[in-house]
Design a protein around this ligand. Structure first.
Ligand code: DX5
Ligand code: ZN
Length: 220
């Protein structure tokens, strides 16, 4: 089985020591960098924008996984490609023409991800799953780090895994929000491939060890 991936969320890093924290993730067993872009419209919070992302990608040595929590993501697809995004994830709830958006992300040379809010049912992806490289199941309401994990996520992961298998798709399943050593194993057992962890990693006394332990747990 393919190894399960850990994606620390930079939202929980120390922004005054961003380069230090990025180097720390570079040197750790983490697989990806998860980058949260919030516009204050789609979600009730503003994180950071293009200049900061540019500064981040200058130092990253791993896959850059950008999670857009913004309305009208289509108008920024090329910009995010130019800034060094490898995977660009848009929210299902923010896309009126999801099929077109997915095509545009791929045409710009990136992998295409779709995130689902906790209230959004998996079955809305029936007709698009084969065109999606990754589905990000939100296990908190998007907008903030450090929230508690929503238990219904396990059911959604199983439903999504079932859909992927049924359709013969090769879509990865990512879990975002409230991931810790308490739920990592159960998420992977349900079918998750990528675990995003923000405060659990950066809030730890030893983030490098925490990534290592989470990765071992996810692959146990
Ligand atoms: C929430 C973001 C998450 C967040 C995860 O809106 O999309 O990526 O940074 O943070 P934790 O792991 O602290 O819940
Ligand atoms: Zn995220």
């Amino acid at each position: 089985m393919a190894s399960k991936l850990i994606a620390p969320s930079v939202l929980a890093a120390d922004f005054a020591n961003l380069q230090r924290d990025i180097e720390m993730i570079n040197a750790s067993e983490a697989d990806w960098f998860h980058i949260d872009i919030m516009d204050g419209v789609f979600v009730p919070n503003i994180s950071f924008g293009m200049p900061v992302l540019k500064a981040i990608t200058k130092h990253t040595k791993k896959t850059v996984d950008v999670h857009l929590m913004i309305v009208n993501p289509d108008q920024y697809i090329q910009t995010f490609a130019d800034l060094g995004s490898d995977i660009l994830t848009v929210h299902y709830e923010a896309c009126t023409h999801l099929n077109r958006t997915l095509q545009a992300i791929k045409a710009a040379g990136m992998k295409a991800g779709v995130a689902l809010n906790p209230h959004t049912n998996i079955n809305v992806l029936e007709d698009t799953i084969n065109a999606i490289d990754m589905v990000c199941i939100m296990s908190v309401n998007p907008g903030f780090g450090g929230q508690s994990f929503i238990e219904n996520t396990y059911n959604k992961v199983k439903q999504l895994k079932h859909l992927i298998t049924k359709k013969g798709a090769s879509t990865l399943i990512e879990i975002d929000g409230g991931v810790t050593n308490k739920n990592a194993k159960q998420l992977v057992d349900a079918g998750a491939d990528v675990l995003v962890a923000g405060s659990y990693v950066f809030g730890a006394e030893n983030p490098t060890e925490t990534v290592k332990d989470l990765k071992a747990l996810a692959n146990s």
